[in-house]
Design a protein around this ligand. Structure first.
Ligand SMILES: Nc1ncnc2c1ncn2[C@@H]1O[C@H](COP(=O)(O)OP(=O)(O)O)[C@@H](O)[C@H]1O
Ligand SMILES: [Mg+2]
Length: 275
């Protein structure tokens, strides 16, 4: 079963960045980052393309080094953390609309976050975890099919199943809805809802939330490598594309540099409305 056992550290953050700064390729990418992910919450990381969402969550998971500040995972300093099986990571897909594609190292790193010991045959627990993970994303009937024959949304669920197979306490998904049809997004929302009930903490990177919006407990908005908002779920405009109309306050103009706060999250959050 994919049930996570209760831990003594129930109130401690599962991931934390304190006064964090990140440079990539000699360029400052993130600055002044103070983020704490609480156990059991669903945190949405929103923001325009290039605002630093992927870098933020990679830093949170200890996959990107900081030039300043502290990263803690399950209340352990990143350099002392070894329980990688507690973290499941579904990287941004190469085919996702924009952003930096997942590198080989990144994909390998995501595979490393596993309970399976190398060079040893799978144990019963390993096989059960795999079957449970496939069932959790609703692909039991497709278990024997080649991934290439699946739709984009189904392939996305395969990646999620790969992350779930290690029965993570923290599941990080980078743009899981990008390029995925709405019915697959709905299936993903149902899967994630089940995980939330099992006590899994979820960090969800999105350009827009779609059907996943109803799951979110807290929203963080990135802007130019900084946290521009961290609080209750909100609706934001993050896209300068005039053809990409989001719902929100009538008459408010989308602006890539000014995430606009609109109504609090409700059950219809994230759904496209006719302008
Ligand atoms: N490996 C890298 N080397 C240099 N710059 C990078 C690298 N990865 C990302 N960046 C830059 O960092 C900024 C933030 O990127 P990213 O975190 O991918 O943003 P988002 O996920 O919000 O689209 C962008 O300007 C991007 O070009
Ligand atoms: Mg990204």
């Amino acid at each position: 079963m994919l049930v996570n056992s209760p831990h003594a550290d129930a109130d401690l953050p599962v991931a934390e960045i304190r006064d964090g700064a990140v440079e990539l390729g000699g360029r400052p990418i993130l600055r002044g980052i103070d983020v704490s992910v609480r156990r059991g919450e669903v945190l949405a990381v929103l923001g325009a393309n290039g605002s630093g969402k992927s870098t933020l969550v990679r830093t949170m998971m200890g996959l990107v080094p900081t030039v300043r500040g502290q990263v803690r995972l399950f209340d352990v300093p990143r350099q002392d953390f070894h329980d990688w099986h507690r973290i499941g990571f579904v990287p941004q897909r190469v085919t996702a609309a924009s952003g930096v594609p997942a590198s080989v190292r990144e994909v390998v790193a995501s595979g490393r976050l596993s309970r399976r010991r190398p060079f040893l045959p799978p144990r019963r627990a390993d096989r059960d975890a795999v079957e449970d993970a496939i069932a959790a994303v609703g692909l039991t009937g497709k278990a024997r099919d080649g991934v290439a024959t699946l739709s984009g949304g189904q392939q996305q669920r395969v990646l999620i199943a790969r992350a779930l197979a290690s029965v993570p306490d923290l599941l990080v998904l980078d743009e899981p809805t990008a390029g995925v049809d709405v019915s697959s997004q709905q299936a993903l929302a149902d899967t994630l809802r089940t995980l939330v009930l099992r006590g899994v903490t979820i960090v969800l990177v999105a350009h827009e939330l779609g059907p996943l919006g109803g799951l979110v407990d807290r929203t963080l908005v990135m802007r130019d490598g900084r946290v521009a908002y961290d609080g209750p779920p909100i609706d934001v405009f993050t896209d300068a594309d005039p053809f990409h109309v989001h719902h929100g306050e009538p008459g408010r103009t989308a602006d890539a540099h000014t995430p606009a706060v609109a109504s609090p999250l409700d059950l219809t959050h994230g759904r496209e409305e006719q302008p």
